[in-house]
Design a protein around this ligand. Structure first.
Ligand code: ATP
Ligand code: MG
Ligand code: MG
Length: 402
């Protein structure tokens, strides 16, 4: 049976070739672009670095700052939907485009989450379990001493804004550390500081939660994350914990996301305490490093799920299609050509493994020390096999804490 041309073009307009604009051009946007193309969605990214990781994979990159109102307006002018792959964007400018585009998740959600202190106030007021925290009102030494009088040492001093990969955090072990901690955060201090009571967690968990435009919510299995120097290093999926704790982690994450507006995927970082209590650490309003394993290990990857959610398509199954998975980040070791070669060698060593191992190279220009430049995901039917494959990858992976 033939379909009339008018029916084809109407359905094309409603489903295919709609354009998604993404603020930010890093690896999250790059992996979003791969998923978008499979769904017939055109993708344009906004990032100041020409030929950014996402720009290489997108239909188009606008070279410009995602904090600049004119650049955001230029992106909005050619998009049906706007989303973010980084929360540190100009929310006022995003809001100004609301009449032109659907913005997902909502600018109000991004505004709350981008300030970690405001995010904590928001969640605390809505009954989500958190560690104790307090604003460092004086901004300086006295403010930290006041927090220490309440929480004791060690405590975690955090920048409210522009934080990622632990940049923006400083551990204060005693009164002697206060000045150095404040100085180390001076770059991020303009947005203000706050203090958190030290959380004596036994494990760190994370749950990805997605909400569609129709309000439907799905969550991925809780994973265990391992940080090195506050940077996510290894993710084990599913977390090797009881079903009861897995369910508790999912419940906390879903309750937290229910307090925010808008469609999309959210990464929820959690602390598990020795007595089984689950506390929320922080939320990302976008795909998250702890969800990279979903590309190979789940029916619907976190990137595809995000595209489905923000474009108003039905959500897919978040269930794992393998028994076990481990993801390890590949971090840059320095800026020289030799460092670049060493980092690539590390990543590509997994190509010779017989097990089910995938590499993701982000195409970043430089591989400066500590920068996330790629990741490796291993999948298998059982966790011991996946762990054995990880150990076979060589020393840098073998000392992963799993
Ligand atoms: P991300 O890259 O995940 O956005 P971030 O820079 O926002 O990280 P946080 O998630 O606040 O930083 O903290 C980084 C790590 O520091 C946590 O994963 C955890 O290991 C540790 N940490 C953070 N807050 C506390 C706390 N209150 N007590 C103990 N450890 C903490
Ligand atoms: Mg963070
Ligand atoms: Mg974090």
């Amino acid at each position: 049976m033939s379909t009339s041309p008018s029916v084809i073009s109407a359905s094309r307009q409603s489903v295919l070739q709609r354009t998604l604009g993404v603020l930010g051009g890093g690896q999250l946007g790059r992996m979003m672009a791969d998923a978008a193309h499979r769904l017939g969605v055109r993708i344009v990214v906004l990032d100041p670095t020409p030929n950014s990781p996402a720009g290489q994979a997108a239909d188009k990159q606008i070279v410009g700052d995602f904090k600049n109102a004119e650049c955001i307006a230029e992106l909005a002018a050619e998009c049906d939907v706007l989303t973010v792959e980084i929360e540190h964007v100009n929310v006022d400018a995003l809001e100004a485009s609301a009449a032109k585009c659907s913005i997902q998740p909502s600018p109000a959600t991004i505004r709350i989450i981008q300030n970690k202190f405001v995010q904590k106030q928001h969640l605390h007021a809505r009954g989500i379990a958190l560690g104790e925290f307090a604003e460092v009102v004086a901004g300086g030494r006295q403010g930290v001493m006041d927090a220490a009088a309440r929480f004791g040492y060690p405590l975690m001093l955090k920048a409210k804004c522009l934080a990622y990969d632990g940049r923006g955090n400083a551990v204060v072990k005693s009164e002697q550390d206060i000045d150095a901690a404040i100085a180390s955060l001076s770059g991020a201090a303009a947005g203000g500081l706050y203090a958190e009571k030290w959380v004596p967690f036994t494990r760190e968990l994370a749950v990805m939660v997605a909400r569609g435009l129709d309000g439907k919510v799905v969550s991925y299995p809780a994973v265990e994350t391992f940080q090195r120097n506050s940077i996510c290093h290894t993710v084990v999926a599913p977390a090797q914990i009881s079903g009861e704790i897995l369910a508790r982690a999912a419940a906390v994450a879903e309750a937290a996301i229910a307090t925010f507006d808008g469609a999309g995927i959210f990464g929820v970082e959690l602390f598990l305490l020795a007595d089984g209590t689950v506390l929320l650490n922080e939320i990302a309003p976008r795909p998250h490093n702890s969800g990279h394993y979903t590309i190979e290990a789940c029916h619907t990857s976190q990137f595809e799920q995000h595209i489905r959610a923000v474009m108003g398509l039905p959500l897919g199954s978040p269930a794992m299609r393998v028994g076990a998975s481990v993801m390890v980040n590949v971090l840059g070791s320095g800026s020289s050509d030799q460092d670049f070669d060493n980092t690539w060698a590390l990543c590509s060593s997994s190509l010779s493994l017989p097990s089910s191992t995938s590499i993701h190279w982000y195409g970043k220009e430089g591989v400066r020390n500590g920068r996330k430049v790629g990741h490796v995901t291993i999948t298998g039917p059982f966790m011991p096999d996946v762990q054995a494959a990880l150990r076979a990858l060589g020393p840098s992976f073998a000392d992963s804490p799993v």
